[in-house]
Structure formats: structure tokens, C-alpha cells
Write a protein that binds this ligand. Structure first.
Ligand code: UVW
Length: 331
């Protein structure tokens, strides 16, 4: 098993601090240039549009961690209120809450519905912002870790990502098919850099500067049939950080909980989620988790085309360390 010395050697090798200036807060998204977007747009040939977003609701994938729950969705105004709350509600409620609504609803046909959602920003299909994981008191590009306060992330928050910057060439690497698994990559063997190369070669695609790499481990497809969000599958071995660095990838996403392999035995002795530490803090490379790759994978297997225009701008939640996204692949 690797130790912290091995980890530090890799960290020194992949660190991008200062590469795009001392003030940079978006890291490897700098690889996505206007030329790159134009190249990606040319991949739209048959007009197929595929959502890679999961549903946000009570049947979401949370279950692995006690500190994360599935989204709670509640109605704050319901057109039915016109017939119930406004007419029959107690006086205190009419005074406190319903006065606006009764004014809207009285003697006219206008009705409306409002709602709200309470959820961890990490609950379902999402991007990890660069401020999500750090070590030794520093975020990406050397920003102090204590710049993330109870008021939010002053540095490297998700709002620092220009929504347009998450549009590029996407490449699906279908590890499930390459391993000959029927549904998903079971825990045990992490996905290595050599395997990523093998999958790309088998699919006839290359990975280049500014690409967003999307890895199908089959976890989401499995989750859809079992409903068990706590089930563990295989993910990327932590040394894939070097592979992503060498290929100058803009971002990486997967259909599983963490992108990387969660089994500590495949990690670095004395720490947890070493690939997160390297990607988010050292490289400035964002991680997308819980992406629904079921339909995209089926389409790619059917036409043999594994590259596409991908647009996946996170919600610009000010100071947040992650955000939901509904990524769209276009072919
Ligand atoms: C952690 O669980 C810390 O990270 P993530 O949500 O990115 O897997």
C-alpha cells in the first residue's frame, strides 16, 4: 500500500499552483479555450440530446453517509390554498401567512404554486468545487483553508466557475463494457491509469487537452435497479490523478459516489480520498459525482461514438463548495 511519501511525490508532480496566475480559482478549466468549444460543437451530428442528471428527490442516492440526506421538497404555495387555507384556515394563519395569497386569490381566477427544496449540495448529480477538499491548511493555488468560513468559501467556491466554462468535448470511457461486466464494476479492483488507456484504445478515442472525461462504472445503473445508495463499487485508483494531469483534462466525472475508489486498502496509508486531495487541491481539477450515465452509455454502445459536446454548468450558489448540475451531452 502506498504511503504519504508516495502521495507527496505525486502531489509535487501534478500541482498546478501558479500555472494560470496567483489569483486563479478555476484550475484546469483554463484548458477549455474558444477553439476547444468550437471543436466540441462540431461533434453534434445527429441531434441527440441526453441528460446525465439524476432526479433530485426523496428517492435519491444518499445513504452512504449520515451527514448527507436526500433532498426534501416542500410546497410553499399551492393553488389549492384558494379553496382551503384561504377560505377555511384559522384566523391567525390567514393574518400571518395567507393575507397576500387571499388578496391574490380573492374574486379572480389567478392561481399559482411555489415550492422550495432543502438539500445538501452534494446530494445528487453534482460538481465538487475546488474548495470541497484540501489538506495542510491550503486550498488550490495556495489559498488559505480558513477562507472557507461559516459564511461560505471566499476562494475557490463554485460561484467562481463561469457557467460557460463547463462546456467542452466530453469523452465517455465505458469501463463496464471493457471489463465485460453485466451491470457495474464491483468493488475490489480499482480502475488504473493503464486501464483508462486500454478502454480509450478499445473505443478508438483519444483524450486531449481540455476534455471532460466521463467514466462509466455502472454504479448509477445498478442504483436505479436496487435503490441502494450505500452500495460500494469500483472507482478510479488514486494514481489516475497523474493520468488526468498528463492528458491535461479539464474535469472528470463518474456515475458513482466519489469518482475515486473508496476502498482504503487501495488508497494511501494514513489518509482518505487521496485522489480528491490531488485533483481538487493540487491540480485544481473538479470532480463530478452521481452522474446518470445509463442513457449516454447505451447511445455510445449503439453508435460506437464515445465523444460529444458536453455542457454542465453548476448552479452558481455563492460561496458553495459544490453544486447540483444537469449535464447535457449532445451528439
Ligand atoms: C467527500 O465525501 C469528502 O467527498 P465527495 O462528496 O466528493 O465524495
Amino acid at each position: 500500500m502506498a504511503n504519504l511519501e508516495d502521495f507527496r511525490r505525486v502531489a509535487d508532480d501534478v500541482r498546478n499552483w501558479g500555472r494560470w496566475g496567483a489569483d486563479d480559482e478555476i484550475g484546469t478549466l483554463n484548458f477549455i479555450t474558444a477553439d476547444k468549444v468550437a471543436e466540441a460543437a462540431a461533434l453534434v451530428r445527429k441531434g441527440t440530446v441526453i441528460s446525465l442528471g439524476g432526479d433530485f428527490g426523496s428517492s435519491g442516492p444518499q445513504g452512504a453517509f449520515k451527514y448527507r440526506q436526500n433532498p426534501v421538497h416542500v410546497m410553499t404555495v399551492d393553488g389549492g390554498d384558494a379553496n382551503t387555507l384561504v377560505q377555511y384556515g384559522p384566523q391567525w394563519l390567514r393574518n400571518a401567512v395567507a393575507s397576500d395569497i387571499s388578496a391574490y386569490f380573492a374574486d379572480n381566477p389567478f392561481r399559482f404554486n411555489d415550492d422550495m427544496i432543502v438539500m445538501p449540495l452534494q446530494a445528487a448529480t453534482q460538481w465538487d468545487a475546488l474548495s470541497h477538499v484540501y489538506y495542510e491548511d491550503q486550498l488550490y493555488n495556495g489559498f488559505p483553508a480558513d477562507s472557507v468560513t461559516s459564511f461560505g468559501a471566499y476562494h475557490c467556491g463554485i460561484d467562481k466557475v463561469d457557467g460557460t466554462g463547463m462546456t467542452s468535448r466530453g469523452v465517455l470511457l465505458d469501463v463496464v463494457a471493457h471489463r465485460g461486466e453485466d451491470v457495474f464494476c464491483r468493488p475490489g479492483n480499482p480502475i488504473t491509469p493503464a486501464e483508462l488507456d486500454d478502454v480509450a484504445a478499445a473505443q478508438g478515442v483519444s483524450i486531449g487537452r481540455g476534455d471532460i472525461v466521463v467514466v462509466n462504472t455502472g454504479w448509477w445503473t445498478r442504483f436505479l435497479s436496487t435503490g441502494n445508495g450505500a452500495e460500494v463499487g469500483a472507482g478510479l485508483h488514486w494514481t489516475c490523478a497523474s493520468w488526468l494531469h498528463e492528458h491535461e483534462v479539464a474535469a472528470v466525472a463518474a456515475d458513482n459516489l466519489m469518482v475515486e475508489d473508496p476502498n482504503p486498502a487501495n488508497g494511501v496509508e494514513g489518509t482518505f480520498l487521496p485522489m480528491h486531495m490531488l485533483c481538487l487541491r493540487d491540480m485544481g481539477l473538479m470532480l463530478g459525482e452521481y452522474w446518470n450515465l445509463t442513457d449516454l452509455t447505451a447511445d455510445c454502445r449503439q453508435d460506437g461514438v464515445y465523444e460529444f459536446l458536453l455542457t454542465a454548468p453548476p448552479l452558481k450558489v455563492v460561496g458553495a463548495v459544490g453544486a447540483p448540475v444537469n449535464p447535457i451531452a449532445m451528439k
